[in-house]
Design a protein around this ligand. Structure first.
Ligand code: DGL
Length: 278
């Protein structure tokens, strides 16, 4: 286990990571709720998408990123990737006992409470759709509701390229959303953190009578609760600084981060690249 540098705990950074730029949809909620905190955001864009990779590879990447965030002295980490949560969260927590790891997961519970038609659709990566984590969520929280699991291959790559709209994106989204609407779904769950960046297109195709749920605000609230409970909230009310690390191409990833984050950013290289592609 790596040792954290000697920082005053409440002033230490918060780690946030994803396979790529998708977790920025979670980071913006964290930054909105806790503007005094200093997040380090890791976009593992050099290895995205996780959704089609072998589960052992995804777990190895998550372990590697957690080691780097631990070395940087992070007081807590947000797993801003449903694929990592679904495949590996128990193993990751077991490796870092006592370190707050807050993890996003598809909003199946609120969707089951909200549906009137009794049919909900979960849009996610192939790995999340097949994950034990999603099976457990459905069994625990969606009894009596029909849950349609829809894998959306190609969506993550689109967001990584910054293709958030246009006829091709519209067609790719309709291809996956329309079958859920035809089957009677009145609630759609965004089960991948890249998908909120496609929300305007998804909403246009689904129409106003379909609710679309993104759990990112709830993740930010859970982080605030955990930090408060542990006495780790930064007392600074605002002015936190966000840093970006990436394993991807610095210029290309920097351009997409700047577009999605809304301000100029200069990502740094994620250190200690040590995991080969499968
Ligand atoms: N954004 C991630 C998720 O929430 C991973 C997507 C991917 O890399 O396939 O699942």
């Amino acid at each position: 286990m790596t040792t954290a540098p000697d920082l005053a705990p409440a002033e230490a950074p918060i780690g946030v990571f994803d396979s790529g730029v998708g977790g920025l949809s979670v980071l913006r909620e964290i930054h909105r709720l806790l503007p005094g905190e200093d997040p380090i955001y890791v976009a593992d864009s050099g290895h995205a998408p996780y959704g089609d990779k072998p589960p052992a590879f995804v777990q190895a990447r998550a372990e590697h990123i957690l080691r780097q965030l631990r070395r940087a002295g992070c007081k807590a980490v947000v797993v801003a990737c449903n694929t990592v949560t679904g495949l590996s969260i128990q193993a990751l927590r077991a490796q870092h006992p006592g370190w707050p790891l807050v993890a996003i997961e598809p909003a199946v519970k609120p969707a089951a409470a909200l549906t009137r038609s009794g049919v909900i659709g979960v849009l996610a990566t192939r790995n999340t759709v097949a994950s034990p984590g999603l099976t457990r969520l459905i069994a625990e929280h969606a009894a009596g509701v029909q849950v349609l699991r829809q894998a959306c291959p190609g969506w993550v790559e689109r967001v990584e390229r910054g293709e958030l709209d246009g006829p091709d994106t519209e067609a790719a989204v309709a291809d996956r959303v329309q079958p859920l609407l035809d089957a009677g779904a009145d609630v759609l769950v965004l089960g991948c953190t890249h998908y909120p960046f496609l929300l305007p297109v998804i909403q246009r195709i689904a129409g106003p009578s379909v609710a679309i749920l993104d759990p990112a605000p709830a993740v930010a609230r859970e982080l605030a609760r955990r930090l408060t409970e542990a006495g780790l909230l930064n007392s600074r009310p605002r002015g936190g600084m966000v840093r970006f690390w990436t394993s991807g191409d610095l210029t290309q990833t920097g351009t997409v981060i700047a577009r999605l984050w809304g301000s100029d950013t200069q990502p740094e290289r994620l250190v200690g690249e040590n995991t080969a592609e499968p």
